[in-house]
Design a protein around this ligand. Structure first.
Ligand SMILES: Cc1cc2nc3c(=O)[nH]c(=O)nc-3n(C[C@H](O)[C@H](O)[C@H](O)COP(=O)(O)OP(=O)(O)OC[C@H]3O[C@@H](n4cnc5c(N)ncnc54)[C@H](O)[C@@H]3O)c2cc1C
Length: 232
């Protein structure tokens, strides 16, 4: 029986139920300006907004192309000021439901079809996913997820040391916070210390070897010597 458990099970993307989105996901249907933006620069982009935080990446996509159309598929909770700011920056804003994402004979995304029958041609479609913490595996010990304050999805709540509400069970990474990237996801990062998971030291601590010029046999170096400062 383990005394401590660390769950680092990540998250799942939950896509809006619009025909063609799942099929094109990661190819012609994209979500992140950092991951995919360079490849679609200057192209015709149609973004389908399905939840309030969906507008978060829109200004970044606007920097990448001046042929950006935003469709407010579900405008619930959207601030009109943000929408007006986008329109003022040259983004075409459409209000109404999207029926489906269309593909051409070559299988590539070719546009989106709106509920009123119009087709907006596109080289790529931008869709935001909701993030669902992969915490089902912990349901058996009574742990459930809670909504993330931003509304992007749900998370497994942990304290500052990464411990969940069940003593001895820790969690780290995207299962606790969808915004974390690789380095902040790691146990041991500031603010995400998993002290109790560290093995206890046994016996006297070993002294660190002195830094020497020219390898092990060289004379000791002073730590104040230029070039030996601790890197951030
Ligand atoms: C397209 C994309 C690009 C990204 N680019 C960057 C980048 O450039 N730089 C950066 O820092 N970050 C980037 N990220 C974010 C980065 O991928 C995540 O921050 C990181 O992977 C989170 O690590 P994690 O360990 O929490 O989860 P994950 O990496 O998702 O790992 C979770 C693992 O747990 C496994 N698992 C789930 N459930 C179970 C179970 N019940 N039993 C056993 N195993 C299970 C999964 O299969 C998976 O292997 C990117 C993410 C995406 C989607």
């Amino acid at each position: 029986m383990a005394r401590r458990v660390l769950a680092a099970t990540g998250l799942s993307d939950e896509l809006p139920t619009i025909d063609g989105v799942t099929e094109g996901w990661g190819r012609g249907v994209i979500n992140c300006p950092f991951c995919h933006g360079f490849e679609v620069r200057d192209q015709r982009l149609v973004q389908i907004v399905t939840y309030p935080l969906g507008l978060h990446p829109t200004p970044l996509f606007r920097h990448l192309t001046d042929r950006l159309t935003v469709v407010l598929h579900d405008p619930t909770g959207l601030g009109e000021t943000a929408v007006e700011a986008l329109a003022a920056s040259g983004v075409t804003v459409e209000r109404g439901e999207v029926c489906r994402v269309l593909t051409g004979p070559d299988g590539k995304v070719s546009g989106v079809e709106l509920g009123d029958g119009r087709v907006l041609e596109a080289d790529a479609v931008v869709v935001g996913s909701r993030f669902r913490a992969r915490a089902d595996v912990l349901a058996g010990v009574g742990l459930t997820t809670t909504p993330h304050p931003t509304g992007v999805g749900d998370v497994l709540t942990v304290d500052a040391r990464g411990e969940t509400a069940v003593p001895g069970i820790y969690a780290a990474g995207n299962v606790t916070d969808p915004s974390l990237q690789v380095l902040p996801s790691c146990p041991g990062q500031p603010g995400r210390r998993h002290d109790r998971l560290q093995p206890r030291r046994r016996g006297p601590a070993r002294r660190r070897p002195a830094l020497r010029r020219g390898g092990r046999m060289g004379p000791p170096l002073r730590r104040s010597q230029p070039g030996l400062e601790r890197q951030p």
